[in-house]
Design a protein around this ligand. Structure first.
Ligand SMILES: *Cc1c(COP(=O)(O)O)cnc(C)c1O
Length: 476
């Protein structure tokens, strides 16, 4: 053992300890409670801070227990009762992939440096593209998440439709008020004023209205502006609303706009039959964001961008440098991730998707996603059957938005307060964890409670708890 290279015996002992302590933690997830650490967790967070020593810490096991304790001062995003925001995943098989990827630590920015590993990642990207109905010209990029996938999509659309003049003052991007905030952030990062993002009206189910989009684009063209990009949602974060993708693709074709679908949350439902049908003509879009760290249950740090014409993605991102000249760049090599996105050095994300698909088989993901849609429907049916509750919308995917019924002549603030109290009452029982949002309403914004079913660990049992706890809270 040298200062930085532990002995094999040592590492094997550490692995056994990781196996024990981390797997014990995973076993405890269901009983750990789902609610956030909240303010009560803050003193513990302080107490768990450790100084960085000049000399080695002598006890790996103590450090490991320390880290596991730190993980437990948190919102339990990995637990089965987590139905708030968008649930996280954490397939153990993906964690094993990360360990292997980090230990072999090969360079996967450039495929000439590790052609076989890059081949495996390219196989994953092509397989994903096929799941959405894309053809052989499609390609994509594994990113750190949906935000960065949306960013590269905006950059690609900008390059394809506006070129690189640098003058984007008249450029117009269309999305709805239900779009994720990463869309306008991406537009700003891409050098286009965020004020050039136009919010298109939605219908009663919070889906973008094609007629409103059409009228807006026509008016903007008339005004001398440059409409170039539409960003729709395949599953909004608020309610899981799916915009009418086919009719909107038609309009994009008519007006010459790039159509990007933000499916960070909902895109994964393309993997199952029922979900694929609900995503409509998603394959007609020019590009699709989806987050394997949401709907494919992988650990955080795994997003994806798929582009119908992979060359458009490359054209917007390819660059070269003299110090890379020793690497071959063609000759049958698999695509290099550096040519398709902003990063050069990067973690080997491909294995984190590839190994779980190999070990579980694609059908395990398909049936888990079918199960999530069915569980959301079960919960929605129970909400609808309770006379004290109002189902805001039938689940378009796996989000169930609801609130208490409004009382006669009840002021908006009082109604909203009762919605927040209902959510708090459910969360305080600690079995499931819900979140709230605000949705448009004729009188202004109205609070809705939402349950999002997306964890691979959430099954009938937790939906049963959710129904019991919501009903108990609705009756008080
Ligand atoms: C989660 C989400 C994003 C952002 O993805 P990150 O992986 O958190 O960066 C974008 N759009 C939608 C619809 C989302 O649900």
């Amino acid at each position: 053992m040298t200062a930085l290279e532990p002995s094999r015996t040592e590492v094997e002992r550490w692995l056994a300890l990781v196996g024990r302590h981390v797997l014990d933690h995973v076993d405890r997830l269901p009983t750990m409670g789902s609610a956030g650490a909240g303010e009560a967790g803050l003193p513990r967070a302080e107490a768990l801070s450790l100084p960085i020593p000049e000399t080695p810490h002598s006890d790996f096991e103590t450090l490991l227990q320390h880290v596991v304790a730190a993980a437990e001062v948190s919102t339990n995003t990995a637990g089965p009762g987590y139905l708030a925001y968008i649930p996280g995943g954490g397939l153990l098989t993906a964690g094993v992939a990360d360990l292997v990827a980090n230990w072999v630590n090969r360079y996967t920015g450039l495929s000439a440096a590790s052609p076989a590993l890059c081949r495996l990642e390219a196989d994953v990207i092509r397989w994903l593209a096929r799941q959405f109905g894309y053809g052989a010209d499609a390609y994509g990029l594994l990113t750190s998440g949906g935000s960065l996938a949306n960013f590269s999509a905006v950059v690609t659309a900008r390059h394809a439709k506006l070129g690189d003049s640098g003058d984007y003052r008249r450029a117009r991007v269309y999305t709805s008020a239900q779009a994720h905030h990463s869309v306008s952030k991406s537009v700003a990062l891409a050098g286009i004023p965020a004020t050039n993002v136009v919010s298109v009206a939605t219908d009663e189910r919070l889906r973008m209205r094609p007629d409103a989009f059409d009228a807006q684009v026509r008016a903007d063209v008339e005004a001398g502006l440059q409409p170039f990009l539409l960003v729709t949602a395949a599953g909004t974060t608020n309610t899981g609303a799916v915009d009418p993708l086919g009719p909107l693709s038609d309009l994009c074709q008519t007006h010459g706009l790039w159509h990007h679908v933000d499916g960070a949350y909902g895109g994964a439902f393309a993997l199952c039959e029922t979900g694929r049908a609900r995503l409509g003509d998603i394959d007609r879009a020019d590009s699709i964001t989806f987050d394997p760290h949401k709907g494919m249950f992988l650990p955080y740090g795994t997003g994806a961008l798929l582009v119908r014409d992979g060359e458009a993605l490359r054209a917007a991102h390819q660059a070269d440098a003299p110090y890379l000249q020793d690497f071959g760049r063609d000759g049958g090599l698999p695509p290099s991730p550096m040519d398709f996105g902003p990063e050069l050095s990067r973690d080997y994300r491909g294995l984190r998707v590839w190994l779980p698909l190999q070990l579980h088989g694609a059908s395990a993901f398909r049936s888990a996603l079918e199960e999530k849609l069915a569980l959301a429907q079960t919960l929605a049916d129970a909400v609808e059957a309770n006379p004290g509750l109002e189902l805001v919308d039938a689940p378009q995917l796996s989000v169930v938005p609801f609130r208490p019924n409004r009382r006669d002549a009840e002021p908006l603030e009082a109604w909203n307060a009762r919605s927040l109290a209902l959510c708090e009452a459910v969360n305080s029982r600690g079995r499931v964890y819900l979140s709230t949002t605000r949705l448009p309403h004729p009188e202004g914004e109205v609070v809705a409670v939402r349950a999002c079913v997306l964890s691979f660990r959430t099954h009938d049992e937790q939906i049963g708890f959710a129904i019991e706890d919501i009903m108990a809270a609705a009756d008080c």
